[in-house]
Every structure is written in C-alpha cells, then in structure tokens.
Design a protein. Sequence first.
Length: 157
Amino acid sequence: MTKPLTPEQKRANQVASMLEEFRHIDYGKALGKTQKTLQELARISRANEDGSVRCVCCWKLVIWNGGNCHGGHYIPREITGPTIDPINVWPCCVTCNKWLGGNLGAFRMFLAAEIGLTRLKELEARRREYKKWTLEELVEKRVAWMEEIRHHRKRLN
Ligand SMILES: [Zn+2]
C-alpha cells in the first residue's frame, strides 16, 4: 500500500506539473491562464451563499459563474504588472465591464471606499507597469489561487 500524499506533496506535484505545462505553451497562454484563475477567484470569493455577487460598479446582483459576471480589471488587463494583482481585479457585470468600457468612474469610487485613496493611488501609479513574470511566479500564484477557489466552491455547495 502506498501512503496517501500529504497536502504539501499534492501541492508540490501540482506546482511541478503546471510548471511543466507552462514550459510547453506560449508565455502569453501561461499568463492568460493565470489571469483567468485570478478572475475566477475575484468572482467566487465575493459570492454570497446563493451564488450571487454584486457588480462593484453598478451594484447589480449577478451569478458568479452565470456568464453575466466578469472578473473586471481597473487597470486594463493588458498592463502586465497589475494584471495579476488581486487588488486590481473585481467582480463586474457584463454591462459595466464590456458595454460601458469598464465603467471606470464607478469602479474608482468603489475602490476609493474599499481600499482607500492611498492604495488606490498606488495602484493608479502602475498604469505603465509592464512586467515579464517568471513561469515560477505565475505557477506559484495560480496554484495558491486554485486552492482558494476550491475552498470557495466547498463553501457554496
Ligand atoms: Zn455593473
């Protein structure tokens, strides 16, 4: 009988296999997968017990995984530094995120109240922060976020 893996061993295996995967795909794809995981975490982590979550811009209730809820970026997703910083990614409805171009005025008011003006200004100072993440950094963050997502999935079940 082989012993069951400890959580640490499972995590180490997950890190190793994701790193292997990321080494075989484009950097852009690896970053994209990491962004998507953070966007999922942004949506699910703020969902109520019934799966509903408020758009941080217009305060409308949407279902976290219903397709009408995006992980919206305050600093545009294309800016590679803050693109995978949780402070920059929040649940937004499709109307605000897509049709209203991010609804940034309302987004800004929400952030000012939520994180405070000092941190908001620090975030806004990163508008040109382009960063090439190492694959190890991407994997480290993504594995941690996937773990959090698993906890939230259990919470909502
Ligand atoms: Zn909205």
